[in-house]
Every structure is written in structure tokens, then in C-alpha cells.
Design a protein around this ligand. Structure first.
Ligand code: ADP
Ligand code: MG
Length: 378
């Protein structure tokens, strides 16, 4: 395995900026980079508002104590590969690093200096978090952090090992899948195609852990779905997978905005998240439908709500079952446009069941099913 680049975030004084940056890099790209932070005068604790702002996006900073910059300087310490200074005075106050360390400056105001109501103070930390998030995603996405280009898939790899699924209807057994072995590469746009009844939806349900295989194994990002506890399955479905299913769609008594936010409700909805949900609905052309309920929306509009919901999660895997099945071709093309953008922006693995082959391109990955098996060479 390639050595992970060590990225050190640095700021002077109160080190909450570098601690938040460390948490963000670890959460988003922790598989590619070793995230570190330090201060010139480390407080030895984490700012409670930094913990609060980061917990809103599911990152736990409570145990992330700031270190002294001395720990990363020779002769005692090991320097990082990349140094990112988050305040203007870091250059002045911090000792110099060896010449081989790549240096970036992202000066940001200290959110700890904002005074006002508790909510205003927390908002300052949220703003800093979003500034850092944009900077980190802009810099490290599709980049090895050292300035060299090299797209890195962020999506999840899915492995299917001899997967079989039988449905039981009274005394009748329907063998929907009869031993499927295949790989869905990380970051691929994969189509599952095949005649009606060939097992496409059954396979997608299994990958989404909405159903369990009768035999065989499914590995997602190297983890066996069969081995998940109930809580792990719930978390996986709620947080890791974006579902765009026609029949598994929206909650009838919730508005469009609320439906987009549903996966986050167990954790609480911040102002920020609600604002992003509204922005996403606007992006998919639903600015005039924010407070509509599903029965007040057309099929295409409902599908776009489901896509906004999937995008808000920033999932590593999106599963879409016949996403254009009941749409006219213009709306269908638009829905595919959103899925393509999600795939390109976040390198999400996207798996689409469709019998509409118009949307396939040469670079897509295709699994063809026939009678519950892979139809090779067709
Ligand atoms: P596709 O999506 O390719 O049309 P499905 O995966 O929906 O195929 O179905 C594969 C086979 O399994 C079909 O014969 C279907 O009737 C059957 N099937 C699917 N779901 C169930 C179920 N819940 N109960 C019984 N049979 C089912
Ligand atoms: Mg189907």
C-alpha cells in the first residue's frame, strides 16, 4: 500500500481552526491522508463550540487534543509532508519547517474571537467549518494533496460473491438470483440491465441491505453486509447509501424539504443542513415546491426530491432503481444529469437499474442479468 501523506494543519493561539480542519480531513479523506493538527500554544483542550459545530456533521472532536508544533520538528519530531497554515500569524510565530515540506496558506479568522449570543458564537464556528470544508474538498478531491493530479475514487467498491436470493410465496419458491459473482468498482457508474424479472431489483435491494441474500456474500468497502448488526445496517442505509427508488420513496406526510432531511433527523437538523437541503432542491429545479407533499408533486418532481435527499448525504454509494421509469424523456435525461453530476463531483459509486439503454456511455460499467444470473458475453 502507498504511504499516506501526512497533512499538518497549524494555527497560533486557540487551535480550534486546525482541530476542525483535522477532523474534516479525517472524515472526508481519512483513507488517503493522515490528518494532524498543532498550535503554537496548544490549549490542551478542544473548544466546546468546535466540538458542537463538528458534531452537527457527524464528526467527534472531543478526544482530539491539540499538539505542540514542536512535536513535528526535527530532531525529535517527524515533519509532515504538507503543512497548511490557517492563520496569518502562523508564519511569524511558528518555527520554520524543513525545505521538503510543502506549504499552503489558508488564512481564516479565529471563530473564538466572535462575541455575541451563544447562537451567534456557534454560527461563527459553523462558518469556519464550512470555509474549511470547501477548502479541503477543493484541494484534496482528486488530488494527492501534494499538488499532483490523480483522481481518487471516493465511492465504495461492492463485491458480490455467489449471491443467491429466493423469494417465498406460500409454497412457491421464486429463485430471483442464482449465484451472482461480480465486482462494482469504486467510483464507477454501473448499470444493471436485463429483462423484466431477471433479478435486477432484488440485487439492488441486497446491496442496499434492504433485504438479505439466501446465500452468498456482499462486501461493501470490504465489509460483509451479512456480518452487520441491526444498528450497523440502519446506519449503513441511513448514512452511507443514497436510495433513488420509485417504490421506496418519500414519506407522504412530510414536505419536500423534510423528506430530504429525513436521514439526518436522528441526529438533529442544524440551520446549515436545512439551508443546504433547500439549496439542493433549488438546484434540481424545485424552488417552488419546497413545502409540497409528495401527493402534490409529479413523478419527476418526486424523483428529484429523492435525488436531492441522496446528494445531501454525500453518500459513497447511490442505488437507483429504474429512476426514469415513469418519466418523459426530457425529465428522464435531467434525472440522469443529476446522477452524473453527483458521480463526477464526489466520485460516488452509482448503481442504476434500468432497461433504458439510451443513457449508457462507453465508460460505464455494465452488469447484465438474465434469469437471475450474469449473462456473460451478450
Ligand atoms: P427485475 O427487477 O429484474 O424485474 P426482480 O428482482 O424484481 O426483477 O424479480 C425477480 C424475480 O423475483 C421475479 O420473478 C419476481 O416476480 C420475483 N420476486 C421479486 N420480489 C419478490 C417478492 N418479494 N416475493 C416473491 N417474488 C418476488
Ligand atoms: Mg425491478
Amino acid at each position: 500500500m502507498e504511504k499516506q501523506l501526512r497533512v499538518l494543519f497549524l494555527c497560533t493561539g486557540n487551535s480550534s481552526r486546525s482541530q476542525m480542519a483535522e477532523g474534516l480531513l479525517r472524515q472526508k479523506y481519512g483513507d488517503r491522508f493522515e490528518a494532524l493538527s498543532a498550535g503554537s500554544r496548544p490549549a490542551g483542550f478542544v473548544h466546546p463550540l468546535a466540538i458542537a459545530a463538528m458534531s452537527e456533521i457527524g464528526a467527534d472532536l472531543s478526544a482530539q487534543h491539540s499538539k505542540s508544533v514542536q512535536e513535528f520538528l526535527p530532531p525529535e519530531g517527524t515533519p509532515p509532508d504538507v503543512l497548511i497554515a490557517l492563520c496569518a500569524s502562523a508564519a511569524r510565530e511558528c518555527p520554520s519547517f524543513p525545505a521538503g515540506v510543502r506549504r499552503l496558506d489558508w488564512p481564516l479568522d479565529d471563530p473564538g474571537h466572535v462575541t455575541g449570543t451563544p447562537e451567534e458564537c456557534l454560527d461563527a464556528f459553523r462558518r469556519t467549518r464550512e470555509q474549511l470544508r470547501a477548502a479541503i474538498e477543493g484541494h484534496f478531491r482528486g488530488n494527492n494533496g501534494n499538488g499532483k493530479a490523480g483522481p481518487q475514487p471516493q465511492g465504495t467498491r461492492v463485491e458480490l460473491r455467489d449471491v443467491a436470493k429466493s423469494h417465498h410465496l406460500g409454497a412457491t419458491e421464486v429463485r430471483a438470483l442464482r449465484g451472482v459473482t461480480a465486482e462494482i468498482p469504486a467510483g464507477s457508474f454501473t448499470f444493471i440491465v436485463g429483462p423484466s424479472g431477471s433479478g435486477k431489483s432484488s440485487l439492488l435491494y441486497l446491496i442496499g441491505a434492504l433485504d438479505e441474500p439466501s446465500s452468498g456474500e456482499i462486501l461493501v468497502g470490504g465489509r460483509r453486509l451479512n456480518g452487520f448488526t441491526t444498528q450497523e445496517r440502519d446506519r449503513y442505509r441511513r448514512e452511507e447509501v443514497g436510495f433513488v427508488f420509485q417504490s421506496f420513496n418519500l414519506l407522504a406526510n412530510l414536505t419536500a424539504v423534510e423528506n430530504v432531511l429525513v436521514p439526518f433527523m436522528p441526529r438533529g437538523i442544524s440551520h446549515d443542513l436545512r439551508a443546504r437541503a433547500i439549496q439542493l432542491l433549488k438546484d434540481v429545479g424545485l424552488s417552488n415546491r419546497l413545502d409540497h407533499r409528495p401527493n402534490q408533486l409529479s413523478g419527476g418532481e418526486q424523483q428529484r426530491v429523492a435525488i436531492a435527499r441522496a446528494i445531501l448525504k454525500r453518500p459513497k454509494l447511490v442505488l437507483a432503481d429504474e429512476p426514469t421509469g415513469e418519466l418523459d424523456s426530457a425529465t428522464g435525461a435531467e434525472v440522469f444529469g443529476h446522477l452524473r453530476r453527483l458521480h463526477e463531483d464526489l466520485q460516488t459509486t452509482v448503481v442504476v437499474v434500468t432497461h433504458d439503454q439510451r443513457y449508457l456511455t462507453d465508460s460505464d460499467n455494465v452488469l447484465r442479468l438474465q434469469d437471475g444470473k450474469l449473462a456473460d458475453g451478450i
